[in-house]
Design a protein around this ligand. Structure first.
Ligand code: FCB
Length: 459
């Protein structure tokens, strides 16, 4: 019989990140981050908003903890704003910045919620970007300082640590595609940045273990299955290349201590490695390839890949998998729950992580309060249920999945899309800061309390 309940001890969580919810950018000595700079440039944020206030969580965190308590959430994944702790990137620690996370952690623990801290969720201090950002190897040392300061202070209470969130997005979207801060457009920079991110992960993990020996340390990657858009050979090759760039480029160094040869070759052919792999120094891969306690997987949708490299006429048949528009979220992302089962099973088979955790999964839908004040976000309810079933299917197939974090607790600042893309299970009125638990929040709460997706809720 298929597994219908989650294992006991399963971590039921919600996730957020500092820049997306905190606001209070000038409070208590916080420095400037690359996202402040990026969001301030005209035309880069789709809806013209910024995150200066966002959810005002820096001031309202106690109320937000109460919301989580009301939902029955067992774990909260949040991130540390580097510019609050080290306003100049390295060197002087800003005590007031660390104090905020200290209070947050104490508040969570008092509410019976396990804190899961992410050290880097994209808000690099601007001063470090001015010195080259993640393409500068010295940023690795600065990140280790951050890891040291934060884990020395919180490591007696925080036992779950995530070094980086989605280094593919940081490097490729930030340094090659220009779609995220710092907005560069250089593939060569992106690949150098990706290596420094991985190296900083390995070094920070060692520092956290030194400061907090009881803790579990992992990293979070965005992983999707890459499927060819058609059965053509060209699309098959492109899908394999994209998988290499997105997934194997990060997981192979972590688990096998090497970059995948075919992906190096591919990047070389594309002219992205003008100086070869010279940014990898002796010993780096050994530092990256240290055992981790869990791998965090963020999953939203699958990747359907079509070759752009050859003329259409030679790439037949070019039938693109047609996502049904009814099943797209507001991000334009296809709702594809089977992909989550596939991703978990694939990562498990290829890398045999000791433990897997879904550190983000969720959907953007704009649904707001109706006449009675309640938020009936039925499509989000369906999305969550179907993806939790996908988790159960993975567990059933033997995947060591130990937790699930819904993205997100609150509607928040969705990076280059601004405040208009709402991922929360709690509605936020960005004018009044009122919060309303959506129908999806109530449903998630019932699932958590039952540790299963009950029949009565099946769509
Ligand atoms: C992920 C990010 C997270 C959020 C979701 C929708 O890539 O980690 O901050 O923006 O996407």
């Amino acid at each position: 019989m298929a597994v219908d309940a989650f294992p006991s001890g399963f971590a039921w969580g919600v996730a957020t990140s500092a820049f997306q919810i905190e606001g209070a950018h000038d409070a208590d000595g916080r420095g400037r981050s690359i996202w402040d700079t990026y969001a301030a440039q005209a035309g880069l944020i789709e809806d013209g908003t910024n995150a200066a206030l966002a959810c005002d969580h820096y001031r309202r965190y106690l109320g937000d903890i109460q919301l989580m308590e009301a939902l029955g959430v067992g774990a909260y994944r949040f991130s540390i704003a580097w510019p609050r702790v080290l306003p100049t990137g390295r060197g002087r620690v800003n005590a007031a910045g660390l104090d905020f996370y200290d209070r947050l952690v104490d508040g969570l623990l008092a509410a019976g919620i396990a804190p899961w801290a992410t050290l880097y969720h994209w808000d690099l201090p601007q001063v470090l970007e001015d010195e080259g950002g993640w393409t500068n190897r010295a940023t690795v040392d600065a990140f280790v300082e951050l890891a040291d300061a934060v884990s020395a202070r919180l490591g007696d209470r925080v036992t779950s640590w995530i070094t980086h969130n989605e280094p593919w997005c940081v490097s490729v979207l930030g340094y090659a595609a220009g779609e995220h801060a710092p907005g560069r457009r250089s593939w060569s920079d992106a690949l150098i940045a990706s290596h420094h991110l991985l190296l900083s992960h390995g070094r920070a993990a060692a520092v956290i273990r030194g400061n907090a020996p009881q803790s579990k340390v992992g990293i979070t990657l965005n992983v999707s299955e890459s499927e060819p858009a058609s059965p053509s050979e060209a699309d098959r090759i492109s899908a394999r290349q994209f998988d290499g760039e997105l997934t194997r480029w990060f997981l192979d160094p972590i688990y096998f201590g090497r970059y995948p040869e075919d992906v190096i070759e591919y990047h070389r052919r594309e002219g992205r490695l003008p100086n070869g792999m010279s940014f990898v120094r002796p010993g780096d891969l050994e530092e990256i390839n240290k055992p981790i306690d869990f791998l965090g997987v963020n999953y939203y949708s699958r990747a359907v890949v079509r070759s752009a490299s050859i003329p259409e006429a030679e790439n037949a048949p070019r039938t693109v998998v047609p996502p049904n528009p009814a099943e797209l979220t507001d991000m334009g992302w296809e709702v594809y729950p089977d992909g989550l089962t596939q991703v978990l099973a694939r990562v498990n088979a290829d890398y045999q992580p000791s433990s897997l955790v879904v550190t983000e999964n969720g959907a953007a839908y704009a649904t707001g309060p109706g006449p009675d004040g309640s938020v009936q976000d039925t499509r989000r309810c369906n999305y969550i249920r179907s993806h939790l079933r996908a988790c159960l299917a993975a567990i059933d197939a033997g995947v060591p999945l130990h937790g699930y974090f819904l993205w997100s607790l609150l509607d928040n600042f969705e990076w280059a899309f601004g405040l208009a893309k709402r991922f929360g299970i709690v509605w936020v009125d960005f004018e009044t800061q009122e919060r309303i638990i959506k129908a999806s929040g109530h449903m998630y709460s019932r699932i958590i309390r039952g540790n299963k997706i009950s029949e009565e809720q099946a769509a």
